[in-house]
Design a binder for this molecule. Structure first.
Ligand code: MN
Length: 750
């Protein structure tokens, strides 16, 4: 027999097993139609193209899909690859079949690029929502599975692209629909092309120990089987090594080798009812050691995709951990075939033809209502959430998928991109065609917005047209800004009256230059901004006035402190003889009688006994000089001459005024004080020698002598000397002054 006809007959036999009374003439008609349509087309491996739709239909038969789905599977590439049209298929077969084929074609035409996970999730949701009939997705999954099975004939580039797409879109879709078996195969095939070495490595390792694995699994299987027989529970036990992709991921994420992974093996115990599941669980936990925290009850709490089972991981006497999944036959089929399993039940129950068409999941709901099964209700609820009847997914021009509420318009789309896009929108295109703003967007639409800087902004009726809260609130925002003038006027009136009530005025604020501070604290850049905010209720006038009050109080406090410090400073710099006003501060002026008149340095610090004193390097005071002290941070009191530039009131920072204190000379243990002098002179030979001779005649100790020439024939001599006091220093200075060529002799300062 012709191998192609043979392949068709096999399909027919397969279908006959689960629907003996199906209309096989229709199936045959579809086969011959597709065969003719693809006539002359070859697959990359050289076989006639028709082998592909036949294989896809065969996979659909594995899922026990209905006749329309099988026919659509046979025809699924006709619109894309041959001259067939929706109309023709509709006439020859049925509108339902035509819609299924068209749905699959749409998914096939969709272009994906890899994006971040959120985008992929939106894409998957979009695919689901686009395929108004879930059977479209089921057929597409069969198609993709066969393509992946025959991927070795494609170019390496195509292999990688398709595998990535499969891993990112189709395997998760299969998972969402609860179709474990297809999901696993898609994942393994994808991995095989994406990381051939990694895949082969695991495969080889598993193969090399295949017999050991078989032996282990058989022994566990037998143990469970025997025990359950004794308990009187009928069950079937299967053992398997987990699929390669899941092992690969575990090795990768846990950084472990294959045999370090926990649960290499998985066993399944299938029983007839839920009570049996818990009986089996009890026995398993009795026979083996359960591992802590590895028991999960997905029967009482099913997974969102409807999956139900009891999971536990145990360790046998061999020390090898393994997972056991316990479920009923029905749960098992749901786990393996997911939504397709529900599909099958539905068929068996009513045999109605209208299944699955119009309203997205109406049939799933009806099916499950008919089953009156609470767990199934949970399934419907989660399916509804998953299938997003309240969302619509559209493309941006650069291929991102945007999720909008169902019924959304280009206005919603524009505002979801950016409020500026919405506010400057002048036109919209959907799939390349200009459309009115109130057009409802459909799944998969490509939406483009044209904008212009001179756009008038949104109109009020947009608020009624748009569907998303985001768009509505952004439009409201725009109107808020638009009514700014009005808001400013109202805001000012409100603020002024609140201000008066608090006993302040605008003049008080401006006189003290408080406006910038107040605006900054309230986070407005101008007074009008603040008025506008008060006007539209962004802030209350009471809150704004509170800020004013705080600032006024702060200002008064500061003025008071400053006055005190000023007084202290004046007091410090004024000679002791003059009467001083009493000022109370943290550092009160001490009574002169109480002074310690004797100190190591000769310096008496008022109010502070025995404090660390040092002489300022800038002005090197000596006894007799009028002095003033500065309280340093951590180094005691630094003593300056009162004529030192660093102590001049103009140079003293306001915040440091309070640190200047009165000091005076008293009796001293110290006999010599360092003093710095600067001698300027006309340069001449022996000048330095003459200065040195004069110093020597005065009997002063010289610590440092530094002479340097200046431009234009001048010279500067810096001296550091030790003297007893100001009198001695003055006499040294006058001696130096008499030296020929010397112009000035000065105390160094600053
Ligand atoms: Mn195909």
């Amino acid at each position: 027999m012709d191998p192609i006809l043979e392949q068709y007959r096999a399909l027919e036999d397969h279908v006959r097993q689960y629907t003996p009374n199906a209309d096989f003439d229709r199936l045959y008609a579809a086969f011959t139609y597709a065969d003719r349509a693809h006539d002359g087309q070859l697959r990359r491996n050289g076989t006639p193209y028709i082998t592909h739709p036949l294989a896809v239909a065969e996979i659909a038969a594995d899922l026990e899909l209905d006749m329309d789905s099988l026919i659509a599977a046979l025809l699924h590439d006709c619109i894309e690859d041959t001259g067939a049209t929706h109309e023709e298929i509709s006439k020859l077969f049925s509108p339902t079949v035509a819609n299924l084929v068209e749905g699959v074609t749409k998914l096939t035409r969709m272009q994906y690029t890899t994006k971040e996970e959120k985008q992929m999730e939106n894409l998957r949701k979009m695919l689901m929502a686009m395929s108004k009939d879930i059977r479209v997705i089921l057929i597409k999954l069969c198609d993709r599975l066969h393509n992946m099975r025959t991927m070795e004939y494609q170019t390496p580039k195509k292999q990688k692209e398709k595998s990535l797409e499969t891993l990112e879109i189709y395997a998760p879709l299969a998972h969402r629909l609860g179709m474990q078996k297809i999901k696993w195969e898609l994942e393994d095939l994808s991995l095989k092309f994406l990381d051939p070495a990694g895949y082969k490595d695991i495969e080889n390792q598993l193969n090399s120990r295949a017999s050991a694995h078989e032996e282990f699994m058989a022994s566990i299987q037998k143990k469970i089987q025997d025990r359950m027989e004794r308990e009187g529970v009928t069950c079937t036990v299967y053992g398997r090594v987990k699929h390669i992709y899941s092992l690969y991921r575990k090795m990768y994420t846990q950084q472990k080798s294959l045999y370090e992974i926990f649960d290499l093996y998985a066993f399944r115990v299938i029983v007839s009812d839920i009570a049996g599941c818990y009986t089996v669980l009890g026995c398993i936990h009795d026979m083996f050691n359960p591992m802590q925290g590895r028991f999960k009850d997905y029967i009482s709490t099913p997974k969102p995709n409807g999956y139900q089972s009891l999971h536990t991981t145990v360790i046998g006497r061999e020390g090898i951990p393994f997972e056991v999944q316990i479920r009923t036959q029905e749960m098992h089929e749901t786990a393996e075939y997911g939504i397709a399993a529900h599909w099958k039940y539905k068929q068996g129950m009513t045999g109605r033809e209208e299944i699955g068409s119009e309203k997205t999941f109406e049939w799933v709901r009806k099916l499950l209502e008919a089953q009156a099964d609470t767990d199934a209700e949970e399934f419907v609820r989660t399916m509804k959430v998953d299938l997003f009847s309240d969302e619509v997914f559209v493309f941006t021009p650069n291929g991102d998928v945007i999720s909008l509420p169902a019924g959304a318009t280009p206005i919603d789309f524009a505002y979801s991109i950016h409020s500026a896009v919405g506010n400057h929108m002048t036109g919209a295109k959907v799939n390349g065609r200009i459309v009115p703003f109130d057009t409802q967007l459909n799944n998969g639409d490509l939406v483009e917005i044209s904008t212009s800087k001179s756009a008038h902004g949104p109109s009020r009726d947009w608020m009624n047209i748009c569907k998303s809260n985001e768009a509505r609130s952004k439009i409201r925002q725009w109107f808020k800004k638009e009514r700014r003038e009005e808001n400013i006027v109202n805001g000012r009136v409100s603020f002024d009256s609140e201000l008066r009530r608090a006993g302040y005025s605008m003049a008080m604020i401006t006189e003290n230059d408080l406006l910038p501070v107040i605006l900054k604290k309230l986070k407005y850049s101008t007074l009008d901004d603040m008025y506008a905010a008060i006007g539209y209720g962004g802030i209350t006038s009471a809150k704004a006035v509170n800020r004013v009050r705080e600032e006024m109080l702060r200002l008064r406090r500061e003025q008071k402190e400053q006055a005190q410090q000023e007084a202290l400073f004046q007091q410090a710099i004024t000679p002791t003889e003059t009467a001083m006003p009493h000022v109370s501060t943290a550092l009160p002026a001490a009574q002169p009688e109480k002074h310690v008149t004797h100190s190591k340095t000769g310096i008496i610090v008022e109010g502070l006994d025995n404090c660390l004193v040092k002489f300022a390097k800038c002005c090197t005071p000596v006894p007799g000089d009028p002095v003033i002290g500065f309280i340093t941070r951590g180094y005691g009191v630094s003593v300056h001459r009162q004529d030192c530039p660093n102590a001049s009131p103009s140079k003293v920072k306001p915040e440091e005024r309070g640190r200047w204190i009165r000091v005076s000379w008293g009796e001293s243990e110290q006999s010599l004080y360092k003093a710095s002098l600067e001698v300027s002179a006309k340069a001449r030979p022996n000048l330095a020698l003459d200065i040195a001779a004069a110093l020597s005649a005065c009997k002063v100790r010289v610590e440092n002598f530094n002479a340097r020439g200046l431009p234009d024939g001048f010279a500067m001599v810096s001296l550091v000397l030790y003297v007893e006091d100001q009198t001695k220093l003055n006499s040294v200075m006058s001696k130096l002054n008499q030296i020929s060529g010397v112009m000035t002799v000065k105390r160094a300062a600053g």
